[in-house]
Design a protein around this ligand. Structure first.
Ligand SMILES: NC(=O)C1=CN([C@@H]2O[C@H](COP(=O)(O)OP(=O)(O)OC[C@H]3O[C@@H](n4cnc5c(N)ncnc54)[C@H](OP(=O)(O)O)[C@@H]3O)[C@@H](O)[C@H]2O)C=CC1
Ligand SMILES: CC(C)(CO)C(=O)C(=O)O
Length: 317
């Protein structure tokens, strides 16, 4: 299905995720504009590259690269690829780059990211979540290494669309992603899907940063494997209390899923390694607060959050 004319797409934050999905859309013929910050000069000069696990080296030599959102042409769909820690600062830039009824998609992990951004956007904008199942990181300015996967599922959060329009809009977005070779499906319940994804991100993101270990190492040691499982079980209990049903035996399914994945360092590992703000609010504080409000404690998750907060505060001096 591709009923409407193709949209003009803006990537707000061209890192691993923004660069990957933006390049895939651009090579499929979509008009894509990329907002960059530290890598602007390199990308304007050299273009964007994705070292794709299946497709090999992909190069977009001519990039519509921008360092100011106000200069970008009005975009119909905006894919936000910055970390959720930047959302408050990015809100005015999103508004500057958005067409009047733009669809703003947060390609971010965590809970509560749409709720935090919504009040900073005009009511005319549609807000969506894009849940990305992919292993990718930046290797150098304008160079993204794609290790595996690439799914981007879309769920509607809030905005002017009624029920029927929401469904049509999701189906359209999904169809365009598929045209670009990106596996995608509509999400019926975005809150449920965010809780489900957290069952992976809470244990692996934090432990990789805290212990300086990749997934394979965490899975190989009996103690860290037991800790991964215990953390997952706490998130499952919180998700169920929050009315987010999960597949049966989900933690064991995720352990098996991770055993099949290539060895991987999650994005939070890179944030700590490079002394960038980590997504502790969205991945830990928000789920802990949501669970506590429902009378559910996650003691191991809280301890992980406190240890990561200590490390982050110490790194910031
Ligand atoms: N990497 C992965 O495999 C996966 C990541 N995710 C999620 O996707 C999201 C993005 O992660 P990831 O791509 O790894 O992050 P990266 O750190 O690679 O990319 C973030 C990008 O946002 C840019 N940015 C931040 N603030 C601004 C600004 N004010 N103006 C312009 N650009 C800005 C950064 O620029 P600068 O370099 O200047 O800071 C950087 O290019 C996160 O929520 C993450 O949890 C989800 C699934 C998998
Ligand atoms: C769970 C995983 C590793 C791939 O599905 C991912 O998407 C992430 O790092 O957030």
């Amino acid at each position: 299905m591709s009923a409407s004319p193709r949209p003009r797409i803006g990537i707000i934050g061209t890192g691993a995720i923004g660069g990957y999905y933006g390049l895939m859309l651009a090579r499929a013929g979509f008009e894509v504009h990329f907002l960059l910050r530290s890598e602007y000069a390199a990308v304007a000069r050299e273009g964007l590259r994705v070292r794709h696990a299946q497709l090999g080296e992909l190069h977009l030599p001519q990039v519509n690269a921008w360092c100011e959102a106000a200069a970008m042409p009005a975009c119909d769909w905006l894919l936000v690829g910055a970390k959720s820690t930047a959302n408050a600062e990015l809100a005015p830039l999103i508004v500057q780059a958005a067409a009047a009824d733009a669809k703003v998609v947060l390609l971010q992990n965590g809970l509560g990211v749409e709720e935090a951004l919504r009040p900073l956007l005009p009511d005319s904008l549609h807000l969506l979540g894009g849940l990305c199942f992919i292993c990718a990181h930046r290797e150098a300015p304008g160079v993204v290494v794609h290790q595996s996967q690439g799914v981007c599922n879309l769920g509607y959060h809030s905005g002017p669309a009624d029920e029927a329009q929401r469904l049509a809009l999701l189906e359209q977005g999904v169809a365009w992603l598929r045209e670009a070779g990106i596996e995608s499906a509509p999400i019926a319940d975005l809150a449920q899907a965010r809780w489900q994804k957290l069952v992976w991100n809470v244990p692996y993101n934090g432990l990789s940063a805290l212990l300086g270990a990749s997934t394979r190492l965490l899975m190989a040691q009996a103690d860290s494997r037991a800790l991964l499982l215990a953390l997952m079980e706490e998130v499952v209990a919180a998700a169920e209390a929050a009315g987010a049903p999960l597949p049966a035996n989900y933690p064991h399914k995720l352990l098996a899923y991770t055993d099949r994945m290539p060895d991987y360092l999650p994005s939070m590992y890179h944030d700590f390694a490079q002394r960038r703000p980590a997504e502790l609010q969205a991945v830990y504080a928000a789920p802990l607060a949501a669970a506590a409000a429902l009378g559910v404690e996650m003691p191991r998750v809280r301890m992980l959050y406190q240890a990561l907060s200590f490390l982050q505060a110490r790194a910031q001096g």
